[in-house]
Design a protein around this ligand. Structure first.
Ligand code: ADP
Ligand code: MG
Length: 684
């Protein structure tokens, strides 16, 4: 009954290599043996030599060949980093932290010593740190205090093929930095003059796909090196018909594999956390009902917001006699390699951040579920053939695969540039003049500049204001940074920090859905603030903290469960708050300043950042965006859901059959006019 999504077989041979003798059961190799067995280990000496000789090297290799974990260690061991540090950038936080712990383990040290990491709101490093895994965003942040990145002698830009906005910003900046530090008179050519080579910079660009030429060209025809991967054949199946309910289809396909196919772990690619959590529940439910003689199923989720202690679990073997099933986002495409995978189930979906222009919608980035690219589909299939021949079940038709675009558009061409432009302004740079691999279009630059002007971060001659400089210093997106700065003026920093910290957490505080919504609303009635969700969040944070002091860990968990609150979000929010309080102190801001029970200063502060996310009530009960053409409804999960108030601000828009505003507060109409005038005046 679970096997309705019929798959048509189509064999697709990929590069083959003789597998080792399968007859004897080997004892598990030590961590050093594992290192030596990685494909990259064979080319170690040549690799080190090339990097030694070239200022810029582009390294291409299959996922799992050992690029990310080994190259930094090789460079350190060969002394190429000199006295400086090696930075390795990652597009995702969860990859940076998990790689740091793996490499620390390989070096037999604890994380934060020789090997560390630095991601937004979390850092583990010390004066002895030599290899640091960082998110690309964090390294850009470091540019603000150290414009030449002088602490680093090697910067490794990893996962470059993903072309995140921040990776592109780094690639552009590193080019200039290298010119300065290595003292070129000509562009990276052989005839360069080593004018000031006391602290030269080496750049290594690593990519899992074969798009190396473009990087090489950008860096004056840099040397390209290829690591031969270890890829076994993967048999690929497509469905006969498209599968609109891909979660259900994935469920069926998983149990089809589990009941019919020999042992081997399963990796299922889904677009996001919500689908992962739903599928996890369903698989567990069905697994419990399997006949006793069938092997059990151990399910592990893997997505960007997963708490650190849960990440490491997916790398360990499953409990004896069980089949491991990993539910992952595209993070498992190239960023992390999970051993033991024999079967891949690919829903063909991912989430993509895309800027919805102000003319047609929100005027900011929205995460949309969409079809993947050919390049992603190939990467996903490849995950099944790391250790032996594997199988990939695509939950889409072969025609759908053929119709996929080759690779994704770089983020710089489709995302909001607001925060990036602000950071560049602090570096005395302009997007318009920087040398990019792909230049952003004029319309999105103009729109970002308009937002910055509205927030008071730049003045009418596009010059950075003092306020703008402070905003850029805060590890927050520009609108929330603006709210925090406003709270200083309106004497309610303590309260605003509580709210902003929750908004900055990677998971949502409210875990309700259409099924349990009434129950959730009821459970949280006591926290409800008449002005809406922001002050409701504040009430929850306060209650949680009061309760945390008296209750133990299990008491807190139980409390959150009862109120249908996601404790993970609260725990993270408190960590974020501690970080933000530190940032405030460095800016000379006293974060203890409180407005007590007063709500107006808090709403006013929030509004100053979210002024472009405001809407006015219409006669028909919907809300019309102030900046933008859309009419929005208040999300059913909001405490203001069935209220009619003259004007609202919101945290985000959700696009379903309607456009819903989520995280909504009621604000007096007069505040809105006041704020836009004020922001403008201040910027002058
Ligand atoms: P690449 O960057 O070329 O994709 P990596 O250096 O990330 O390759 O991975 C090399 C090997 O290290 C992989 O086979 C993987 O199994 C192992 N590995 C990486 N991270 C971890 C981890 N956190 N725990 C256990 N093994 C890991
Ligand atoms: Mg890698």
């Amino acid at each position: 009954p679970l096997c309705s999504s019929s798959h048509q077989g189509k064999k697709k041979a990929r590069r083959t290599e003789a597998a080792g003798s399968p007859s004897k059961i080997p004892k598990s190799p030590t961590i050093q043996e594992q290192r030596d067995q990685l494909p990259i280990a064979q080319g170690k000496d040549a690799l080190v030599r090339e990097i030694q000789e070239n200022d810029v090297t582009v390294l291409v290799g299959e996922t799992g060949s050992g690029k990310t974990t080994q190259v930094p260690q090789y460079l350190l061991e060969a002394g190429i980093a000199g006295k400086g540090m090696i930075a390795v950038t990652q597009p995702r936080k969860v990859a940076a932290t998990s790689l740091a712990s793996r490499v620390a383990q390989e070096q037999n040290v604890s994380v934060g010593g020789l090997v560390g990491y630095s991601v937004r709101f979390d850092e583990a490093s010390s004066s002895s740190t030599r290899i640091k895994y960082v998110t690309d965003g964090m390294l850009i942040r470091e540019l603000l205090s150290d414009p030449l990145l002088s602490r680093y002698s090697v910067v490794v830009i990893d996962e470059a093929h993903e072309r995140t906005l921040r990776t592109d910003l780094l690639l552009a900046n590193l080019k200039t930095i290298q010119k300065t530090r290595n003292g070129y008179t000509t562009r990276g050519k052989k005839g360069k003059e080593p004018a000031s080579k006391q602290n030269p910079l080496k750049i290594v660009i690593m990519s899992a796909t074969l798009d190396a030429e473009k990087f090489s060209k950008f860096y004056g025809n840099a040397k390209i090196l290829y690591v031969q991967g270890r890829q076994h054949p993967v048999t690929i199946y497509h469905t006969a018909a498209s599968q609109p309910d891909y979660v259900d289809s994935a469920l069926r396909t998983f149990f089809q594999i589990h009941t019919d196919r020999p042992p081997g772990d399963v990796l299922i690619f889904l677009p996001g956390q919500e689908d992962i959590e739903n599928l996890e529940k369903s698989i567990k439910l069905y697994a419990d009902r399997l006949p006793k003689e069938t092997a059990g199923v151990a399910v592990y989720p893997m997505y960007a917001a997963l708490p650190a202690h849960q990440q490491q679990a997916i790398f360990s073997p499953p409990p004896q006699g069980m089949r491991k099933c990993i539910l992952a986002t595209n993070i498992a495409e190239t960023s992390i390699t999970i051993p033991g995978i024999k079967y891949v189930v690919d829903t063909g979906k991912c989430k993509e951040k895309r800027y919805i222009s102000r003319d047609t919608g929100s005027g900011f980035d929205t995460l949309l579920t969409r079809d993947i690219t050919k390049s992603s589909a190939l990467q996903r299939a490849g995950r099944a053939g790391r250790e032996g021949p594997g199988f990939c079940f695509r939950l889409y038709t072969e025609d759908a695969f053929q119709a996929m675009p080759l690779s994704a558009e770089p983020e710089i061409l489709r995302c909001t540039l607001t925060s990036s432009i602000l950071q560049l302004k602090c570096l005395g740079q302009d997007l318009e003049t920087l040398d990019f691999m792909d230049k952003p279009d004029a319309e999105s630059i103009a729109s970002a500049l308009a937002t910055l002007y509205l927030l008071g971060a730049i003045d009418d001659s596009k010059t950075l204001t003092k306020l703008g400089r402070n905003m850029a210093f805060l590890p927050l997106e520009s609108p929330l940074a603006r709210s925090l700065m406003a709270s200083v003026e309106l004497a309610c920093t303590l309260e605003v920090l509580d709210i902003i910290s929750v908004l900055s957490a990677s998971s949502k505080l409210f875990v309700d859905n259409t099924d349990n919504r009434e129950m959730a609303v009821e459970a949280r009635r006591k926290f409800r603030h008449p002005s809406g969700d922001h002050l409701t969040v504040l009430n929850i944070v306060k209650s949680y903290e009061e309760m945390s002091e008296s209750q133990g860990k299990s008491g807190r968990r139980e409390w959150c469960r009862k109120q249908l609150l996601n404790e993970r979000c609260l725990i993270e929010a408190l960590e974020i708050r501690a970080q933000l309080r530190g940032s405030c102190e460095r800016l000379g801001i006293d974060w203890h300043v409180s407005c007590g029970e007063a709500e107006q200063p808090v709403l006013r502060s929030l509004l100053r950042g979210l002024v472009h996310q405001a809407a006015f009530l219409q006669p028909d009960g919907s809300y019309k965006q102030i900046m933008g053409p859309s009419t929005v409804k208040i999300h059913p999960g909001s405490s203001l859901c069935d209220k009619k108030v003259p004007a609202i601000i919101y945290d985000e828009l959700i696009y379903t059959t309607n456009i819903y505003a989520r995280g909504v507060s009621s604000v007096p109409r007069s505040f809105i006019a006041e704020v836009s005038v004020l922001n403008r005046r201040r910027s002058g």
